[in-house]
Design a binder for this molecule. Sequence first.
Ligand code: NAD
Ligand code: TYD
Length: 357
Amino acid sequence: MTLFKGWEGPDSLAEIMQEIFVTGGAGFIGSAFVRLLLDEISELRIRNFDALTYAGNLDNLEGLDGSRHSFIRGNIADSEAVLGALSENTYAVVNFAAESHVDRSIANAAEFLTTNIVGTQVLLDAARERGVKRFIQVSTDEVMGSLPENEDVFFTEKSPFQPNSPYAASKAAAEHLVRAAHETFGLDTVVTRCGNNYGPRQFPEKFLPLALSNALNDQPIPVYGDGRNVRDWIYVDDHCRALLLAMEKGRAGAVYNIGARNERPNIEVVESLLKTLGKPKSLIRFVKDRPGHDRRYALDPSLIETELGWRPQETWESGLEKTIEWYRQNTQWLERAKSGAYRDYYREQYGEEVSAG
Ligand code: NAD
Ligand code: TYD
């Protein structure tokens, strides 16, 4: 029986995996990963454990096969809840759950420490207690800080940790704990560091969906500083395919960079969006810079390319088109995401009201 398309491992289903425990699977990337797993692996069951914070959204899980996917509301920092939900049949824990927005971490870091650091340790302990085979930590390029612009240098897996925001520092701390669990207890861990994701179902506090949503509503698009900060963009499903490979074939104890060799200054991202949407550049509004704003992220993905054979499938253009089309077709999703507490956040962060639709 073939488990994965292209699966090369042992044949016995029982030997390999029965159940995957995904944390943060109601968020942007986690929900895309859950979809991918259900599509790609015929026999697999998923337990999706998520606290449903402001960023978690059950709309993201609409239409999933309930016989193979179950949702459990719970906090990864609550060890009783985690142990209650984590079964001994679990092949892998894939940890997406996190406070993920840099600006919020600058306003208040407390939740970042509880979820991103304490929560990761709770999961590691629970994984050991339940005899889980693998632990995949979804991390970020931001743990390595900022690169100089206009120089031919990239983050590799050996780049030093130099986190510059409370968010990045909390993710770096989590990575240290994962490493420690591997070195001290022999837990089979894999850490992945990805660049900036874009795609359907991304919460509109993040730059790309915020810009897209404002452009669709003819509202000004806030661009921090001079707009020349560079991010390395990747379509969310390409990230998820890399995670699947890392779970399937990644070396125990390894770290893999996941990047699509797609560096873009923020201003160019907005201009691409506006051009595709047929909206004027006059919507761009330069605003006060983010404190400690990292200048440039750029990943060297050679290791995952050579070791695991991963390649992105989308180009920037094809990914952007899919993303824009999804947001156009799902205005209700966007409206619901932008209601409630998000209105207060937007007012606080940008000093004006969020756009209506
Ligand atoms: P997101 O903010 O959209 O989703 C986070 C999810 O985690 C939400 O569903 C939320 O309810 C859940 N969550 C938060 N705190 C929790 C807790 N204490 N217990 C259980 N669930 C909790 O984030 P995302 O963009 O999907 O990012 C997912 C992961 O990928 C994060 O670990 C993030 O650091 C990492 N990452 C994201 C990007 C990116 O560009 N978005 C890039 C690299 C790495
Ligand atoms: P963001 O989506 O917050 O991701 P990260 O900070 O994790 O890279 O921001 C992406 C880039 O866009 C970053 O350089 C900050 C910038 N940005 C703006 O210019 N305006 C905004 O309103 C936001 C949210 C971000």
